[in-house]
Ligand binder design. Structure first.
Ligand code: COS
Length: 396
């Protein structure tokens, strides 16, 4: 039933359709069997290992370091996330975090850092994590207070806390953003790689959420790491974080799209098989209206997600505006599509374990993480205002 006609859009090459087919087959034959939502740590470890063995994680590393493409092919990342999310949120999560947790290294790391950290992640041997948010600095990321202070010429010491860290507790390394104070605000932040077994790094709390996945609060107490673990220049950490999010925000939109497509498929099956008032539910005009809105929302999201991915791959190194639009629209409309699917299912739609009930929980965090919808509006407005001109001048 799944509509894959979008693969004929000009954003894609024939290899993308084959990549999607392979990920889909793997999810059905292997991935789903590894998922146990009551054991999220164990499931994610198994999923990462199996995704690595199948070769799909090679999409997160450059070719030179065990990867598939010269640099990111964002369309492939999006297709993988969309397809995995269609089948299961945890399978998507396991894939996605390997990318986000190495993004800063791929984008701004030294050859030594890339050689050490990227191949094990691309082969599913190591688990990666990205530590930006803090208890009091989420949307306003530049307000972070975790500090990195020099310890002689060769080391730095980290102190502070990081919050909502996906893969916290199971990761082998964390990319940690900390204040180095070259300047106030965003220009005084640097990025560092911290191995999970470094003394002074503690998993202070495991966090249970609406759709559970490995998540933790990290605490750094005089955590001593080599200064050579800094990614990019001093004070460049915020830009590295934002450039990483420019790549991965489109993929969050893609995951939301996968959830929405699944909800639409579930709703179509339900509406065409459920009898109501003497006919199939799909004969009712109100059901048809809901299905029409759902289908249109899915295509609108797909257009924005793959426009952003294609633009990054083919046209422009920076896609801040396109990625923010893709993430905002795809996550918000997916929530609405899934809500309509739950409504079409009636009482069954809120029963624990029924697919649309799971989707209803799984979609919610995507409207928040990697930049809440409200942040995407700030980003889009700023980018749009850059193009603003006095009316008379624009009309000339
Ligand atoms: N790529 C490269 N550089 C970027 C960038 C991008 N996408 N976005 C911003 N920068 C640069 C800016 O150009 C600026 O440098 P210059 O002054 O040299 O030009 C610097 O970074 C600071 O940018 P800005 O002034 O926009 O910083 P703000 O603190 O105002 O940023 C927002 C505000 C809301 C955009 C930012 O904090 C943000 O995206 N927050 C959400 C963070 C997030 O996603 N959190 C979730 C954690 S990950 S699960």
């Amino acid at each position: 039933m799944t509509d894959s006609s979008f693969l004929n859009w000009p954003f894609f090459d024939p290899a993308h359709a084959e990549w999607k087919r392979q990920v889909d087959q793997w999810a059905r034959d292997v991935g789903l069997k590894l998922v146990d939502h009551h054991d999220v740590d164990g499931s994610c470890r198994k999923l990462v290992a199996a995704l690595g063995e199948a070769g799909f994680l090679k999409a997160v590393a450059p070719k030179e370091y065990g990867g598939l493409f010269a640099s990111y092919d964002v369309r492939s990342l999006c297709l993988a996330r969309e397809t995995l999310a269609y089948h299961d949120g945890l399978a998507d999560f396991a894939f996605a975090m390997q990318g986000l947790g190495t993004g800063p290294i791929s984008i701004a790391g030294t050859p030594e850092q890339k050689a050490k950290y990227l191949p094990p992640v691309a082969h599913g041997k190591h688990i990666a994590a990205f530590a930006l948010s803090e208890p009091d600095a989420g949307s306003d990321a530049a307000a972070m207070t975790t500090s990195a202070t020099p310890d002689g010429n060769t080391h730095v010491r980290l102190n502070g806390e990081k919050m909502w860290i996906s893969n916290g507790g199971i990761a082998d390394h964390y990319v940690v953003f900390a204040r180095t104070n070259e300047a106030p605000g965003a220009k005084g932040v640097s990025a560092f790689i911290v191995d999970a077994d470094t003394p002074g790094l503690e998993i202070a709390e495991r966090i249970d959420v609406i759709a559970p996945h490995p998540l933790a609060r990290l605490k750094f107490t005089d955590c001593r790491i080599p200064a050579a673990n800094r990614i990019g220049g001093p004070g460049e950490g915020f830009k590295v974080a934002m450039a990483t999010l420019d790549v991965f925000r489109s993929t969050v939109g893609a995951a939301a799209l996968g959830f929405a497509r699944r909800a639409l498929d579930e709703a179509l099956h339900r509406a065409t098989t459920r009898q109501m008032f003497g006919a199939a539910m799909s004969e009712l005009p109100l059901t048809q209206a809901a299905l029409a809105e759902m289908a249109t929302d899915v295509d609108a999201s797909a257009l924005l997600v793959y426009r952003a991915a294609w633009t990054k791959d083919k046209v422009a190194p920076r896609v801040t505006r396109e990625a923010a639009m893709a993430k905002m629209v795809a996550t918000e409309t997916a929530q609405s599509v899934i809500d309509k699917a739950v409504q079409i299912f009636g009482g069954l739609g809120v029963r624990s374990g029924v697919k649309v009930e799971t989707l209803y929980r799984e979609i919610r965090a995507l409207r928040i993480y990697e930049g809440a919808t409200d942040v995407q509006k700030i980003v889009i407005a700023r980018e749009t205002l850059k193009g603003a001109q006095p009316f008379a001048k624009a009309a000339e």
